[in-house]
Design a protein around this ligand. Structure first.
Ligand SMILES: C[S@@+](CC[C@H](N)C(=O)[O-])C[C@H]1O[C@@H](n2cnc3c(N)ncnc32)[C@H](O)[C@@H]1O
Length: 447
């Protein structure tokens, strides 16, 4: 079976999360741990082959960094000089469409077309037409017209059989439908989203199985009774990715010792972990209490799934009274949040303070973490420009404290996927356009 995962904006993190989940045996997703092969990958999409069919719906809920899960239908060869629609000219026959892409649906059907690029250079329209070896006319227009051309081809093919159907297209400057459009137009229930994954010499056709529940992520972020713009809150999707990097089993206990108003805690509960949260600030703990009470009611969470405590991360172990903690997932305090780029001296001072706080906290964590237990942590990185950050100068101090670095993506995979944006210490940075303080996500493992 072949599947494709449409990646989130910070695709390096999406791939890190995917690899962590797909390589771990987990019967609830029909994953046996050794059965996944990566066939292709780009900044937009990752294609895999599996021995067994996957439970796409469950997997979609588990993954914070995946926008859609697709099932590959066919692989076609493409000549480099051919446009995508030309390469598909004879493919979308009514029989193929009805058998492979559309469910039986009695009402007015609708479908959408999305293109994802396996070769990002295809995004640049070729300005000068390439001389054609034969007289056939090919279309060298911008690839941004391709979903429409392919959509019309499919529509016509179905119309010839008497089937009328509505076509939903991406916005004019986009090649793919946003998940919100797929959901709002009920494409998966009333027809299909047909996806084309385009490389230089290969085309995969695919149909969308699931899309990320964008409304629910919004609810988990913005409908909480307490928010804290001053300290900053981690987006629920990023919290989910970090939890998935912790390599824990469901029912394990995970600690967030800088829990703020509880984003990582709520996401951990939803993933099936027992969560412990602590924070030095009593007000933050009260915020977490209120938020988790709301969350528990909204998501019908049984009692006993979390515990909160006001505590300094550097003096935590005495409060844990022998509780077994498998991993720590945390947004260690990021220091001040800025609206203008801070002076170099400020950055140096912040990093010095934070290194000392993190070092003292890691010493404390080593008292109760098991050997092999992970600390997945966000560290501030100051955004100087596109893909250019001022990062904490060295994290090597963790080695003297009994920890080792774990690459966010295993070296063998990172070596093959040249487009990944990994730092020199194999961490990845999550940033937002409007924010100066970005989050560097690192994994430490206790020896
Ligand atoms: C960036 S906020 C965490 C926000 C959280 N991830 C969320 O989404 O709500 C960092 C938190 O670290 C807490 N903090 C700072 N120093 C601490 C310490 N020494 N021990 C425990 N918590 C601390 C702050 O009170 C703050 O709530």
């Amino acid at each position: 079976m072949r599947y494709a995962f449409v990646l989130g904006r910070v695709y390096t993190l999406s791939i890190a999360e995917l690899v962590a989940i797909l390589e771990k045996p987990d019967p609830s997703f029909n994953l046996s741990g050794d059965s996944i092969k990566i066939l292709e990958a780009s900044e937009e999409v990752l294609v895999i082959e599996t021995k067994h069919p996957l439970s796409a719906e469950r997997l979609q809920k588990k993954l914070g960094g995946v926008i859609k899960i697709l099932q590959i239908v066919d692989v076609l060869k493409k000549r480099e000089q051919d446009s995508i629609n030309f390469a598909l000219k004879h493919y979308f026959k009514p029989g193929v469409l009805k058998k492979q892409f559309f469910k039986d649906y009695k009402g007015k059907m609708q479908f959408g077309v999305s293109i994802y690029l396996l070769d990002m250079s295809l995004a640049r329209p070729s300005t000068a037409p390439v001389p054609l070896p034969n007289t056939e006319q090919r279309n060298f227009n911008s690839p941004f017209g391709e979903p429409k051309r392919i959509g019309m081809m499919i529509k016509k093919s179905l119309a010839d059989t008497g089937q009328s159907i509505r076509l939903v297209l991406p916005e004019f400057n986009s090649l793919a439908l946003a998940s919100v459009v797929v959901t709002k137009n009920l494409l998966l229930a009333k027809g299909a989203e047909i996806c084309i994954l385009a490389g230089k010499s290969v085309i995969y056709t695919a149909k969308t199985l699931t899309v990320q529940d964008f409304e629910d992520y919004g609810r988990r972020d913005y409908q909480r009774p307490v928010r804290d713009e001053k300290q900053g809150m981690i987006p629920p999707k990023v919290a989910q990715i970090m939890l998935n990097l912790a390599n824990c089993q469901t029912n394990n206990t995970i600690l967030d010792p800088f829990c703020g108003i509880g984003t990582i805690l709520q996401e951990g509960i939803l993933l099936g972990y027992k969560m412990l949260g602590s924070d030095i600030n009593k007000l933050a703990i009260r915020g977490s209490e209120n938020n988790l009470e709301w969350f528990r009611n909204r998501y019908k969470i049984p009692p006993g799934k979390y515990h909160l405590e006001a505590a300094d991360a550097r003096k935590l172990s005495s409060l844990l009274s022998g509780q077994k903690i498998s991993s720590i997932v945390t947004e260690g305090t990021l220091g001040p949040l800025y609206t203008a780029y801070p002076k170099p001296q400020e950055i140096t001072a912040n990093f010095k303070d934070l290194a000392s706080l993190y070092a003292d906290s890691l010493v404390e964590f080593a008292r109760f973490l098991p050997s092999g237990g992970r600390v997945v942590i966000c560290i501030p990185a100051y955004k100087k420009g596109r893909n250019n950050y001022e990062k904490m100068p060295s994290l090597d101090f963790i080695k003297d404290l009994g920890y080792n670095f774990i690459s966010i993506i295993p070296a063998a995979i990172a070596k093959k996927l040249k487009f990944l944006k990994l730092t020199e210490r194999n961490t990845a940075v999550y940033d937002r356009k409007d924010q100066i303080v970005a989050r560097e996500i690192a994994i430490f493992q206790k020896n």
